[in-house]
Design a protein around this ligand. Structure first.
Ligand code: DX5
Ligand code: ZN
Length: 216
């Protein structure tokens, strides 16, 4: 089983964004997670295209772009062109998921779908085979630093079952409230990729914390 950590740049000190990206470049992180929020799909606004482009210019890690925006179809081609390696949109935000997923793939980018905590895993039954990744939100999206929702473990197990049953190659990513206390249980439950913001960037040595999360 492969374990991956995708630090969320949302928790970095934005006055020293370049240093934060360099720290991740020199770490064992697999991807750099970038949260795009529009203030409509979620009650918060994060950063947008110019910042993402700047991060892309200096990141040596693949960019894992998590779109928390309404009507994400409108921006798929632009986010792909800006350098997303994985582009994830929300099941709850898109009326035509199948079309959106294939639009992402036509750009040569890995396609992911994210589920809010109250959205049944079973809603992915007819699309999971086409996906490269499923992102289970383990907090309500919109903010870093929130408390992990325990029910997420069952959702990961359910998703793993669905992936195995359908012979899907999708990776399971978990996002929100991930830390050194729950990382081992999340990997054991079936997670392939853990997103970690606060628990990585709000420590004195983020690269060391990433190693600890991997070894958890
Ligand atoms: C929440 C974002 C997360 C967030 C994770 O809406 O999607 O990626 O940055 O932050 P922590 O790890 O602090 O919960
Ligand atoms: Zn995220």
């Amino acid at each position: 089983m492969n374990r991956h950590i995708a630090p969320s740049i949302l928790a970095a000190d934005f006055t020293r964004l370049g240093e934060a990206v360099a720290t991740i470049n020199n770490s064992k992180a697999s991807w750099l997670h970038c949260d795009i929020m529009d203030g409509v799909f979620v009650p918060n606004v994060s950063f947008g295209m110019p910042v993402l482009e700047a991060v892309h210019n200096i990141s040596t890690k693949p960019l894992d772009v998590h779109l928390m925006i309404v009507e994400p179809e409108r921006y798929i081609d632009r986010f792909c062109a800006l350098g997303a390696d994985v582009l994830t949109l929300h099941q709850e935000a898109s009326r035509h998921l199948h079309r959106a997923v294939h639009q992402i793939k036509e750009n040569g980018v890995k396609a992911g779908i994210s589920l809010n905590p109250a959205t049944p895993v079973s809603t992915l039954a007819d699309i999971v085979q086409d996906l490269d990744l499923v992102l289970i939100m383990s907090v309500n999206p919109g903010f870093g630093g929130q408390k992990f929702i325990e029910r997420s473990y069952q959702r990961i197990a359910e998703l793993k079952e669905l992936i195995e049953k359908t012979h899907s190659k999708a990776l399971i990513e978990v996002d929100g409230g991930v830390n050194l206390e729950n990382a081992a249980s999340l990997f054991a439950a079936g997670a392939d990729v853990l997103v970690a913001g606060t628990s990585v960037f709000h420590t004195s040595d983020p690269a060391y914390t990433i190693e600890q999360l991997l070894k958890a």
